[in-house]
Design a protein around this ligand. Sequence first.
Ligand SMILES: CC(=O)N[C@H]1[C@@H](OP(=O)(O)OP(=O)(O)OC[C@H]2O[C@@H](n3ccc(=O)[nH]c3=O)[C@H](O)[C@@H]2O)O[C@H](CO)[C@@H](O)[C@@H]1O[C@H](C)C(=O)N[C@@H](C)C(=O)N[C@H](CCC(=O)O)C(=O)O
Length: 492
Amino acid sequence: MLLSEIMKGLQFNLKNGDLDKEIKSIAYDSREVTQNGVFVAIQGFTVDGHHFIDKAVELGASAVIVEKDVSIDDSVTVIQVNDSRNALAHISANYYNHPTEDMNLIGITGTNGKTSTTYFIKSIYDQAQKSIGLIGTIGTVMNGQIIQNKNTTPESLNLQQTFERMVKHDVQNCMMEVSSHALCLDRVAYSRFNTAVFTNLTPDHLELHNSMEDYFNAKAKLFEMAQDFNIVNADDTYGQKLIKRVENLNPTLITYGIDEKADVYATNIEYSSEGTEYTLHLPNGKIRIQVNVPGIINVYNSLAAAACAYVNDFSLTDIKRGIEALQNIKGRFEVIYKDRDNKVVVDFAHTEDALKKALTTLRNFTKGRIILVFGVYAPPGDVGREKRHAMGKVAAQYADYAVVTSDNPKDQDPNLILEEIVEAVEEENGTYKMVLDRKQAIEYALSISGKDDVVLLAGKGHETSQVIGDKEIPFNEKEIVKEILKEKGILI
Ligand SMILES: CC(=O)N[C@H]1[C@@H](OP(=O)(O)OP(=O)(O)OC[C@H]2O[C@@H](n3ccc(=O)[nH]c3=O)[C@H](O)[C@@H]2O)O[C@H](CO)[C@@H](O)[C@@H]1O[C@H](C)C(=O)N[C@@H](C)C(=O)N[C@H](CCC(=O)O)C(=O)O
């Protein structure tokens, strides 16, 4: 494609060279530049992409997009823009021919429930034998294959490339998780969303967003981008705020919640340890359904999915069939081992709110003790103390025993993280043990677990590695539990 076509519609300043050259690829990482490619230099959180321009030119970049003044070889076209990340999204959409215009794109945002909701929606499409692609925390799922992504919402270049592949393979529908990082960093800019879904908002990622207000504003952007429908949880405080903000926009607003005040709602809810039964009300009728993943959070997630399916013309019976077909979601309240005496549950809960919800759900169905194994991951920058305290308090208040351990300490001092969590556990008179090594922590929890007790491994969910210092080590909780139970002779 000609550079001039790639740049179409973008405001820029041509500092050197011309646009009349054939471009073979785009890269925002110098290490991925190929001959006759464009390199987009991004000022990142850790390094400045402008420092890698010489490397990119060495590898064959014939054009660079920059924010700053640079001096390089005259043969290279230099294009200056105000915002490189936005420019990357713009040229990626041009390069891949605006694939989202040829598909039905559903974006889902919120602090908790994004992944589970996408899986409920996928199950409704699958059961009705309609093709759907999925992009999210667990990876990109298309035609039965899973490809892992570095981020929940990939960078714009990777995203547009994925959309293009979906269109080429006749996947007409795509459901994706949209993180607040993605909205702030323009990863989804120039993508055309048909439907936007909001689950809930509780404190998280405050290292990037300075306040809850900032965090909310980032999420709200998605609802200004959607073309057809905005679907919002009316029972959430920030959902109510969002409803006020979007009710007069063009897309049709559909609300969901428990009891009659929303457009899509649940009544006569019956909870059990295996799941939940409720009557689903849609604007065109009602039906009794069984949700096979337990907890009130999954009543909300399935309601969001039902609302989404309703606006996409699925019948009540299709929706029921799809929701009921979903038996478990990887790393989301997943019972990874169960016998008469032992039960081990893995949940991705890594925020105060999600941990509280996981523990209260378990409490309703646990005769014995809840033994919680958890840590707190290190966000970029040293701003995790508040979160460590909040999570420590929840552990002390809602679990019977806490094994405080490492999550992803990254470059922070793992001992300090544990000490700060424990301060809060002690303030609430919780009983606990500190075990720095996560595998040993799981071993310990299993060793003290008795009849009717449940061990909850919180925080890592579907993840298969742990980041300690600058090393990413394999860490699959399902496999680790199996290994320990085998050593104890419980499993063969
Ligand atoms: C904090 C954050 O969001 N960081 C994202 C950001 O990285 P960055 O700005 O720090 O990049 P950097 O390392 O400073 O590098 C700057 C630029 O130099 C380039 N570079 C770097 C080295 C080199 O040799 N050559 C080179 O060209 C890099 O490719 C980059 O373009 O831009 C990168 C490219 O898009 C992202 O992969 C990266 O996500 C990191 C991995 C991350 O952990 N992000 C998390 C916080 C995140 O985004 N999470 C949300 C999910 C949250 C949730 O749902 O709970 C997500 O959507 O995943």
